[in-house]
Design a protein around this ligand. Structure first.
Ligand code: NI
Length: 183
């Protein structure tokens, strides 16, 4: 089932999300709905707060960005109860966008490499290192479960330039080609 995506301005996007355990009711259905919702909206990642649940789940599918003829680098994974343990390397800029903030994009600086510990959909723990675009998408989604949005990390001038757009989204004056839920 495709779920509505909570738009900029929804308080759930500002909350630090809670851990869950294997007794969380309806987890399989929730994950399946989240994948469907993410693909329907042409996203490469989606976090549970974006569908209105303040819990530590996000998923990433960067395999969609793999280019033909090149070595595949993408990952398709669910991250439950994730904690980023370390971030290192050079900061680099990459233009980010967010399904909760349609038509807003901007360069965000983040470190190139992360070490992350998380549980998969069977609650098996993994500790892994990611870099490049995989790290980037994970960092963006991880911010969602920490109650942060990429727009907070833009340069001051850019923040000024998008202020009006953000206000319009908050008020529900925006149309995306997927369903959004406003305040
Ligand atoms: Ni996002």
């Amino acid at each position: 089932m495709i779920l509505p995506i909570y738009a900029y301005g929804q308080p759930v996007l500002k909350k630090i999300a809670d851990e869950i355990d294997e007794n969380y009711e309806g987890l399989d259905q929730l994950l399946s709905d989240m994948w469907e919702t993410m693909y329907h909206a042409s996203g490469v990642g989606l976090a549970a707060p974006q569908i209105g649940r303040p819990i530590r789940i996000f998923m990433v599918d960067t395999s969609q960005l793999d280019e033909e003829g090149k070595e595949p680098r993408g990952i398709k994974k669910v991250f439950i109860n994730a904690e980023i343990l370390e971030e290192d390397g050079e900061e680099w800029a990459y233009e980010e966008g967010c399904l909760s903030i349609p038509y807003v994009r901007g360069d965000v600086n983040r470190k190139e490499r992360i070490k992350i510990v998380y549980e998969d959909e069977n609650f098996v723990e993994h500790e892994e290192i990611y870099d490049g675009v995989n790290a980037r998408v994970i960092q963006h989604e991880y911010d969602h479960i920490e109650g942060k949005l990429f727009t907070e990390k833009l340069k001051p001038l850019k923040k000024k330039l998008i202020k009006r757009k953000l206000e319009n989204i908050r008020k529900g004056n925006v149309n995306a080609d997927y369903r959004l839920k406003f305040m």
